[in-house]
Design a binder for this molecule. Structure first.
Ligand code: SF4
Length: 354
């Protein structure tokens, strides 16, 4: 546990959290929507600081980031808790761990906070120094803050990333895009890249399926991250009959194209999980339709993902059609980008290529 940075003090020992756009106002003894930021005697504490619950080394293609150091290993970790309540979450056992306790002990507030404290303590001890040391020993060039929503543990991520940077290690956020403006300002000096989910283009989806976030807040984060110069890719999980109408997908594609046609967009396949078991998996033809909508909107780099095979995995030069990065599943089979350009026609390809 460590005192947070992103908060303001309010009257009567209340605090206002500034990590995400929920901006929870938290009474003494209570925690915010995410459950891991707790007001203790008028100060905000990050209960999961140094406590990772999921730790793996993944290929960067799995994040997914396709234009950022392709083929790299990424030290990936997350904590428990989330500021969203997505009913289709694939990591619900960690992201919703706090919420499940709250649901179970609805009427016993004091008891609930004690139990939340206990589950926050459950992760393995992994302070920033240990993470960076491990990456240096194993020559791992990138750290990803992922699995649950990293915004809620921004200070843990920030301390790790600042130390990592001193050793030339890069840092990426895999996020639902609900960072507050203050959080983005805090991140801009140490976050090298983000993959931001645009889960839908409909407020009703964010209200009913994600637990009450504001779509506009996510769109504002995408714009601000781009303006701050953080390298950006976006992802939409295409859920049949829920967020996959032509109109909605066109809305997302146009929104991105209006910022920059060079932002890579990943349209990925849904599989039933957690509370959303009544929808079919996304078909290859629906993903192809989403891909075409992205291309028709002018986006230069649209990728399909989560399919057993096939689809649009490779990075292809929009100038001449040359295959620039070949991928097989989650691995990079070769990168042909030279000095940030297509070797055949010289088209500049956005990204970090070494
Ligand atoms: S991170 Fe977001 S959800 Fe968590 S306490 Fe802060 S404002 Fe609330």
């Amino acid at each position: 546990m460590k005192k947070a940075t992103l908060f303001q003090k309010a009257k009567d020992k209340y605090v206002r959290c500034q990590a995400c756009r929920h901006n929870c106002v938290i009474a003494p003894g209570s925690s915010g929507i995410c459950g891991v930021r707790q007001n203790i005697d008028g100060e905000l504490y990050l209960r999961v600081y140094g406590k990772a619950i999921a730790v793996h080394v993944d290929p960067i293609e799995k994040k997914p980031l396709y234009h950022f150091m392709p083929g790299s290993d990424v030290f990936s970790f997350g904590t428990i808790g989330c500021n969203f309540r997505c009913t289709f979450c694939q990591n619900w056992d960690i992201s919703q761990a706090v919420e499940l306790v709250r649901e179970r002990y609805k009427k016993k507030k004091g008891e609930t906070e004690v139990m939340i404290g206990e589950i926050c303590d459950e992760g393995q001890d992994l302070p920033p120094e240990k993470i960076v040391e491990h990456c240096r020993e194993q020559n791992i060039p990138v750290i990803a803050y992922t699995y649950n929503e990293p915004t809620i543990f921004a200070e843990y991520a920030g301390d790790t990333a600042k130390l990592a940077r001193e050793h030339g290690i890069k840092n990426i956020f895999v996020t639902n895009g609900y960072e507050s403006e203050e959080c983005l300002e805090y991140m801009k000096d140490w976050c090298d890249a983000m993959n931001i989910d645009i889960k839908a283009f409909d407020q009703k989806f964010y209200t009913e399926i994600c637990g009450g976030a504001k779509l506009q807040g996510v769109l504002d984060t995408v714009k601000k991250a781009y303006e701050l110069g953080i390298f950006l890719e976006c992802t939409t999980l295409v859920i049949p009959g829920v967020n996959d109408s032509d109109e909605e997908l066109r809305g997302i594609a146009k929104f991105l194209a209006d910022i920059s046609v060079e932002i890579p967009w990943h349209v990925t396949a849904f599989y039933p999980d957690y509370k959303m078991q009544d929808k079919d998996p996304t078909s290859a033809s629906d993903l192809e339709r989403a891909w075409k909508i992205g291309k028709d909107a002018g986006l230069k780099y649209v990728y399909t993902g989560n399919l057993p095979e096939g689809g649009h995995d490779n990075t292809v030069c929009p100038g001449c059609g040359e295959v620039l990065v070949e991928r097989r599943g989650m691995s990079c089979a070769g990168c042909n980008v030279k000095d940030g350009k297509c070797p055949k026609c010289g088209e500049v390809v956005p990204g970090v290529w070494n």
